[in-house]
Ligand binder design. Sequence first.
Ligand SMILES: *Cc1c(COP(=O)(O)O)cnc(C)c1O
Length: 609
Amino acid sequence: MINYGIDIWGNENFIIKDGEVCINKKSQPSLLSITEDLRNSGIRGPIILRFPHLIGKQIDNLYANFERAISETGYLGSFNAVFPLKVNQYPQAVKSIMEYGSSYKYGLEAGSKAELVLAMAQTPIGSPITVNGFKDTEMTTLCSMAAQMGHDITITIEGLGELESIIEVAETSNLKVPSIGIRVRLHSSGSGSWAKSGGMDAKFGLTATELLEAVTMLQEHQLIEHFKMIHFHIGSQMEDIAPLKKALREAGNIYAELKRMGADNLSAINIGGGLAVEYAQNEHHRLRNYSLREFANDVVYVLREITNAKGVAHPNIYTESGRFVVASHAVLITPVLELFSQDYQEKSLKFSESNPPLIEELRELNTLVKRENCIEFIHDALDHLESLFTLFDLGYVTLQDRSNAEILAHQIIKKSLRLMKDTDTTELNRLQERMQERYLINSSIFQSMPDYWGLQQHFPVMPLNKLDEPAIRAASLWDITCDSDGEIQFDTNVPLYLHDVDLDEEEYFLAFFNVGAYQETLGMSHNLFTHPNECSIEVTDEGYILKNVIESDNILEILDDIGYDKAEILIQLKNNLANSTFTTEEEKSDTLQKLELYLYQNGYLRTTN
Ligand SMILES: *Cc1c(COP(=O)(O)O)cnc(C)c1O
């Protein structure tokens, strides 16, 4: 049976048991049972399942690996970490991050005013806050207010202009001065799809000349004592470790040089984020070439070596890895609404007394298809179908003939796939590619996996059950937006095989994994599909507890969100209905009731079962 690469991307978080995907913790509940529970309570449409313990696991791993590397090498600096809010600002995610991180003094990183305010409110006093991104005087003042409140906050300068505004706020307000960090522009270039985060052509950071100027300015304004940290971030989803090592050497030397120049309180290097997540479902497409252990060892080792050689104290290490911490905690569950070829049912065939010879031949193929001849028969069927389309375009056959031919061809293919389900032939796989079954999923790719749309980022996907049955249909996935980009395709190198299910008889759900980083606030309300339903799951020894079930916005809320007055819309619709003609008053009030029901439900599709 295929396991959808769960051993590659799953990090032992999920296992397959009795044909279902289960959480590999305590009672090992299946995702299907959780999904069914939620649906029994009336939830429809896509659902984000959050597993807070997986956030805890990543935080534990992060600290454990650095603390081990530090003690093994006799490193004298400390290890500190902050979670970059831009990766997931949703309350339930941030709450878990703060809970699991509190014993480590895990802090938050902010890149905008709103994120800064969130960090000021959520970070316990004593845990660090770092602030990156472009800032105005107001944002600088907010940082000073945070310092005044007692926060351990470091404001990172991305350019000399920002330093001027820090100096201005420091000199004109009576607020405490926050710690000052400087983002350095490295000549060693960045990594991953986000290479513009590092390197000489990067969007952020001070050049060598600007660094010298910054130190002079800080000294002139008696602020040099607040300069505590240098920062770099070479890019997200760093798949290769080599660029990081280069960046560390460069930053380590900058650190040592600045200390030699009189930045006495400079004591920290912030290495940014970038720890990669494995999204591959196929051994040949593994993305990451290092482990967390290797990553931590390299950081500690390189910084130790350089600072030893230059005779300066080992810096405290800060990281801002976000993707690595939260990606695995969220799983997107999407109901399958339709298999497109399900329309091609034998019962819809309608033959006449005399049918075109091609149809008769297809009928014969359909009756005689068996294991030994099915590949040949599929070839013939596709060939006949092609010819029949030509005849139709020329006006020689009827729409009924065409419908019959389409149904027969699909029947032959389906029968063959079932006959051959235990054999793996190259030709059958090649044919499958041409005849991919389209599975319609009740969700929006734009809303729930925007990085698939924007960056061709693949997310591991698998069905929740039937994992002990052969999956015989090569699939492509279509979402319910009216946009042709709302499709996830799989090519021959990495096909996705799914089950041939009859949705009139049973439900079928697909789960997308590792969707906990970046997708939620990047998600777009294209076609006005909004953030899915969500729920946090606490796994216990006996079962699980569903917490914080939050339903997707209802239709009126969606319209309200983009600026319509929902009361006005409701009145408008009610008036229209009141003025329309019904035979009885009862019909009118029934319709009104139904309308109201619809308006207070989310906008995803609602199947009856
Ligand atoms: C985006 C960002 C991060 C987080 O990167 P990940 O790849 O999610 O670990 C960290 N630091 C800065 C400055 C960032 O811009």
